[in-house]
Design a protein around this ligand. Structure first.
Ligand SMILES: [Zn+2]
Length: 359
């Protein structure tokens, strides 16, 4: 069953949303937005968190069932609600919602499926609503397929009581941890990255939905509108790397210039287009730019380009072993030809041309 529900907020609806009372003291907290930050707008929203939690649970169960079918013995995955005392009715509401996600979404990718991208964006837009059907307040009709609205609304009370407090707390903790660095360095970093990619950083703040569970990568970015989703629980997104993950994801909105330049050079030289070179470049660039900011002592820059952990900041791609797992040759190209561009000793076009001719 595929039903489309791309309902952009009309000006009237937007106005009504703005006029709508936000989560007041008498109603449960539905979302939190960190105010007064430059560059990014960080949200912890109820519906988008519920959605990603259901998707996570549905995928876990589906993977387990397919393993069972292949006769591989493994323990069933622990439910996100394991250890919580649920009534039979609550358990059923949750299981029904997970079953709905297993049938409709578990096989689809959060990053590449238009239906899931629109659903995520829509749930983000309705974060101030305590319902999605518009039953109580007309402007809270999110226009979702009715079965989905039903599943989400039935699972919502269970999630609100048993998981949302800890998910929301983790999200806010993540936001508060990264906020000072964004406040202090955000504008400079965005300008530096835009310069590197020879473009402009988006004028509007980039919306970031902080969620307990994101996708397999721990974070992903969708465009038109440009929105970032980051997991607050993922071990890869913690500490100083939180800032790097934020700007890596944001860079997805401005790095098409690199991809286009690589493709152009390859075509001119009649070479196959290397998959992921642009993405390795974005990882490398964000890592180096963040390292410059986070490493205060000049000595910290002595070993630049190598990403070694002993010079103050261990970049995400090194720490997570991305270069070691298939990008080793890309790293060599980046250190040899792209780093001089970052150091102001080569032009953008020359750096890309040299990388491609050395492939
Ligand atoms: Zn990426």
């Amino acid at each position: 069953m595929v039903r489309h529900f791309p309902i952009p907020l009309s000006p009237l609806l937007l106005m009504l949303s703005l006029l709508a009372p936000s989560s007041g003291a008498t109603r449960p907290q539905y979302n939190y937005t960190e105010p007064q930050l430059p560059v990014f707008e960080l949200h912890s929203g109820f519906w988008i968190n519920l959605h990603h939690t259901l998707y996570y649970e549905a995928r876990q169960r589906k993977t387990f069932l397919s393993r069972e079918a292949n006769a591989t013995k493994s323990a069933p995955p622990k439910s996100v609600l394991a250890g919580k005392r649920l009534t039979d009715a609550a358990q059923k509401a949750w299981d029904d919602a997970v079953a709905y996600y297993m049938v409709n979404y578990a096989d689809k990718d959060l990053l590449f499926t238009t239906e899931l991208i629109q659903l995520k964006d829509q749930l983000g837009d309705f974060e101030d609503c305590d319902e999605l059907s518009g039953r109580k307040r007309k402007f809270c009709d999110a226009g979702l397929p009715s079965n989905l609205t039903q599943a989400l609304e039935a699972a919502a009370p269970v999630y609100r009581v048993h998981l949302w407090p800890e998910h929301d707390r983790a999200n806010r903790r993540w936001i508060l941890q990264v906020a000072p660095l964004v406040r202090e360095q955000g504008v400079g970093l965005s300008e530096r990255l835009a310069d590197i990619y020879q473009t402009r950083w988006p004028h509007q703040k980039i919306r970031v939905d902080v969620v307990a569970y994101a996708n397999w990568a721990g974070a992903y970015t969708t465009v038109d509108p440009l929105r970032v989703t980051i997991s607050s629980l993922d071990a890869r997104n913690q500490g100083p790397q939180a800032l790097e993950v934020l700007f890596h994801e944001g860079s997805h909105g401005i790095a098409e210039t690199v991809e286009a330049a690589i493709i152009r050079e390859c075509r001119q030289r009649d070479k196959p287009i290397p998959r992921d070179l642009w993405h390795a470049l974005v990882f490398y660039t964000t890592g180096e730019v963040i390292r410059t900011v986070l490493t205060s002592s000049p000595a910290g820059r002595g070993d630049k380009g190598k990403g070694a952990p002993d010079n103050g900041y261990d970049t995400y791609a090194f720490r997570e072993g991305l270069y070691q797992r298939g990008w080793k040759s890309y790293l060599e190209l980046l250190q040899r030809f792209w780093q001089p561009y970052l150091d102001g000793k080569a032009s953008f076009d020359d750096a890309i041309a040299r990388m491609v001719s050395s492939l």
